[in-house]
Design a protein around this ligand. Structure first.
Ligand code: EPS
Length: 423
C-alpha cells in the first residue's frame, strides 16, 4: 500500500471516530421550507413530533421579535427514520414548512426568473450581505440574505432535539437563561450559584429553562425583565436593535466525555465551535472564562474533594470541563450575541450599483433575538454532548448504550481507588 493511500484511510478512520453523529440542514429563509437529515443515532430512542415542536415553539418566543414570527408556526414533520415513536437507527429526516413562502413565490421562484423582481443592491453592515456577494459572485444581495438568515436555526433546533432526547434518557439535561440585554443585568447573579456549586441536590438544568421560559425575555429576575422590556421599547422607538448574553448549562453530564489527546477531541473546543456557529454569536466563555485571566491560581481552580464514594470539586469555576474532559459537574457556557444587523434606522454602507456611500436599507427583522438564541445555544450544546456521549458509550441500540453507560459510571470511582491502592 502506498503511503498516501495509508494516510487517506487513517484520515477516514479518524473522521469516523470523531464524527459519529451529524446533521445537515437545507433551506432558504423565504423558500418553501427547511429540511434536515440527522444521522448516527441508535435504534429504540423514543421521540415524537410533539417533543420536537415543543422546542421549536420555544425558539420562536421572546419579546422584541419581528413580524416573521407572527406568520410562522414552526412545526417539524418527520419523513424518515422513526416508527411508532422510536428511532430505527436510519437517517431521520424532517421538514419545516415556511408559511411565509406564499408571499415570496415570485421573489424566490425555483425555476424561471419572474419579471419585475427588484435586486437588492444595498448591503447591511454586520450581516453576511457584502461578504456573500463578494465570495459567491452574486448580482443580487437577496442570494446572500436567504441562507445566512437565522431562519436556518429552526432546522437546527429540530435536529438537535434528537440529541436532547437521547441525553434525557441518561439524566442529562440542558437549559439556558438570558443574562443581559442592553447592558441590563440582574442584581442577583445566578451564575455565582453555578460557579460556587451552590445548587440544590439533584438540580437539573431543565429547571433553569422552564423558569426562563416563563419570562418574555427569558431572564430569572422580574425586576430585570421590566427594565429590559423598557430598553427594547426604547430600541424599537429609535429604529435600533440589541444583542445580549446568555448562559447555557448542562447537568447530569458524566465524567470522561471529550479527551485531551487531540485539538479536535476536546469537549470545550467543540462547544465553543458550536456556539460560534450560531448566527450573530461573537463570544463564548467556558466556566468563569475571561475572569480567570485576572485572578490568582488559588482563586481560579476548583479544589478536589471527596463526597462519600465520589471524588468531585468544591467549586465549578472550570465550568465542568478540565483538560477538554467533563468533570461530572454542570457544564457552564456563557455566550455573547451581537445586536441584530437589520436596522429600521440604518447606518451607512456602499450602494453596490452606484458605488456611492449612502444609508443602508430597511428590511423586516427582529429587534432582539437573544432569548431565542439561548434556546438555539441549548440545542447546540445538546448536540455536542450527544456526540461525545455516543463516542464514549456508543452502540447500535439504546439498550446497548445503557449497558455501556452503566458499566462505566457505576464502577468509576471504585476502579480509580482500586488502581491506586497500595499493594
Ligand atoms: C428568523 C427569520 C427571519 C428573521 C430572523 C430570524 O425572518 P425575516 O427575515 O423574514 O423577517 O426574523 O433573521 C434575522 C434576524 C437575520 O438577520 O437573518 C427566524 O426564523 O428565526
Amino acid at each position: 500500500m502506498l503511503v498516501a493511500e495509508f494516510l487517506y484511510i487513517c484520515t477516514l478512520i479518524s473522521i469516523n471516530l470523531v464524527i459519529m453523529i451529524r446533521f445537515l440542514t437545507a433551506g432558504e429563509s423565504h423558500g418553501k421550507g427547511l429540511t434536515t437529515i440527522v444521522e448516527g443515532f441508535p435504534s429504540n430512542l423514543r421521540i415524537t413530533e410533539d417533543y420536537i415542536n415543543g422546542h421549536l415553539f420555544r425558539r420562536q418566543q421572546g419579546y422584541g421579535r419581528g413580524g416573521r414570527m407572527k406568520i410562522e408556526k414552526d412545526t417539524a414533520e418527520i419523513t424518515a427514520g422513526i416508527r411508532f415513536g422510536k428511532t430505527l437507527a436510519s437517517p431521520i429526516a424532517m421538514i419545516i414548512k415556511n408559511s411565509d413562502w406564499e408571499n415570496w413565490t415570485d421573489r424566490m421562484a425555483y425555476n424561471k426568473k419572474t419579471p419585475n423582481v427588484e435586486k437588492i443592491i444595498m448591503p447591511r453592515p454586520g450581516h453576511a450581505d457584502l461578504v456573500g456577494v463578494s465570495k459567491y459572485n452574486f448580482d443580487d444581495i437577496r442570494n446572500s440574505i436567504e441562507r445566512s438568515s437565522a431562519r436556518e436555526t429552526a432546522a437546527r433546533v429540530a435536529a438537535c432535539s434528537v440529541a436532547r432526547r437521547l441525553l434525557e434518557e441518561f439524566g442529562i439535561h440542558v437549559g439556558s437563561y438570558v443574562e443581559n440585554i442592553g447592558n441590563i443585568y440582574s442584581k442577583e447573579k445566578f451564575s455565582g450559584k453555578l460557579f460556587n456549586n451552590d445548587l440544590p441536590k439533584n438540580f437539573d438544568a431543565w429547571t433553569i429553562a422552564e423558569n426562563a421560559d416563563k419570562s418574555p425575555v427569558r431572564v430569572l429576575d422580574e425586576e430585570q425583565e421590566k427594565r429590559i422590556i423598557n430598553k427594547i421599547k426604547q430600541a424599537k422607538k429609535r429604529g435600533d436593535t440589541l444583542g445580549g448574553s446568555f448562559y447555557v448549562v448542562a447537568t447530569g453530564v458524566p465524567v470522561g466525555m471529550g479527551s485531551f489527546v487531540h485539538f479536535d477531541t476536546k469537549l470545550d473546543a467543540d462547544i465553543a465551535h458550536s456556539m460560534l456557529s450560531i448566527n450573530a454569536v461573537k463570544g463564548v466563555e467556558i466556566g468563569t472564562g475571561f475572569a480567570v485571566a485576572d485572578a490568582f491560581g488559588s482563586e481560579s481552580h476548583d479544589e478536589i474533594i471527596r463526597k462519600g464514594e465520589v471524588i468531585t470539586r468544591k467549586t465549578n469555576r472550570a465550568g465542568g470541563i478540565e483538560g477538554g474532559v467533563s468533570t461530572g459537574l454542570p457544564i457552564i457556557i456563557r455566550v455573547a450575541m451581537k445586536p441584530i444587523a437589520t436596522l429600521m434606522s440604518p447606518i451607512e454602507a456602499v450602494n453596490l450599483s452606484t458605488m456611492k456611500q449612502e444609508v443602508s436599507r430597511r428590511e423586516r427583522s427582529d429587534f432582539v433575538a437573544a432569548p431565542a438564541c439561548a434556546v438555539i445555544g441549548e440545542s447546540m450544546l445538546a448536540w455536542v454532548l450527544a456526540k461525545h456521549f455516543l463516542h464514549k458509550f456508543g452502540g447500535d441500540s439504546m439498550e446497548e448504550i445503557k449497558d455501556n453507560y452503566n458499566n462505566f459510571t457505576k464502577k468509576l470511582f471504585k476502579r480509580v481507588s482500586k488502581n491506586f491502592k497500595k499493594k
